[in-house]
Design a protein around this ligand. Structure first.
Ligand SMILES: [Zn+2]
Length: 286
């Protein structure tokens, strides 16, 4: 199996993106890796701090390793880990890659914590990739009404260059109109012109688009054509998983066998993942 670093190099030069999907349960993870394998697409799966607490870090690592051992091309990411303690726990447990999200801290403190994580991760295993985050990404991974979007929150290109040079991160999460989650009372739009300025500042660094749920497909595509190499989807999957399961439980109220009533939500996850991987251009890249 190629390393995640190799896949990122290929994604950057080939102008496609690696899909990143969050899971809280083993049936979601199973749907993600099986869907990706069916279309020969490398994927990243992630647990946030909350998701990691629920699944268990040891368990998340063991589950993903079990798929890797069977030949699946899947990499485990510690998504938006915000403290030294939680991210160290993820590195120590054997996550393939981590996102240290210190973006809400002042710039110098963000650099300091991110640099510490890069140094620690590489001392444990040089293959562990570290993502940093710069810019103010608003919203949370749920359905919200309205989120204020301001250019002041965007990742500043000159700061991005400084940040990458001083921290040594392997990839960078950026803000250019994206927000976390889905909003119902407004339209979400990406500022591709701003993305281009960030790319010019850090042309060698794979850039990550968070909060792609709720964005029009053509804007996601445009972002990938202009330098995004990694796309995170969480909320849309959560909503579809919840709604499909809810429908099934209402339809078959007497069915108590989990592998039966979980089947439709599992199938829906697979269908959605394939749709995203197609959009990201990663189909057939294994
Ligand atoms: Zn995110």
């Amino acid at each position: 199996m190629k390393t995640l670093k190799q896949y990122f190099q290929e994604a950057v030069s080939g102008k496609w993106a690696i899909g990143h999907f969050n899971f809280s349960t083993a049936d979601q993870l199973k749907a993600f890796v099986e869907a990706a394998a069916e279309v020969k697409s490398p994927i990243m799966v992630g647990t946030s701090e909350g998701e990691a607490d629920f699944v268990g870090r040891e368990q998340a690592v063991a589950l993903v390793k079990s798929y890797q051992n069977e030949g699946y091309t899947v990499f485990l990411n510690a998504d938006h880990h915000k403290s030294w303690e939680t991210i160290k726990a993820a590195i120590d447990t054997g996550y393939d890659t981590v996102l240290i999200d210190a973006s809400k801290l002042p710039f110098e403190e963000n650099i300091e914590l991110t640099k510490r994580v890069v140094e620690y991760a590489k001392s444990i295993n040089p293959e562990i990739l570290v993502e940093g985050e710069l810019g103010y990404l608003r919203g949370s991974s749920e359905v919200q009404e309205k989120i204020e979007i301001s250019q002041a929150d965007y990742t500043k290109p000159e700061e991005a260059a400084d940040f990458v040079a001083r921290t040594g991160v392997d990839r960078l999460a950026v803000v250019f109109g994206n927000i976390h989650g889905i909003v119902t009372e407004q339209e979400e739009h990406l500022d591709i012109g701003h993305l281009k300025k960030i790319v010019q500042a850090v042309p060698e660094t794979p850039l990550v688009l968070h909060g792609a749920s709720g964005l029009p497909a053509d804007e996601i595509k445009m972002a990938i054509q202009n330098g995004i190499a990694n796309v995170h989807i969480n909320t849309e999957l959560r909503v579809a998983y919840h709604d499909t399961l809810h429908e099934e439980l209402e339809k078959e109220p007497k069915e108590t066998t989990p592998y039966k009533y979980l089947k439709p939500s599992y199938e829906e996850m697979k269908r959605m993942i394939k749709k995203y991987l197609e959009l990201f251009g990663s189909v057939g890249k294994i």
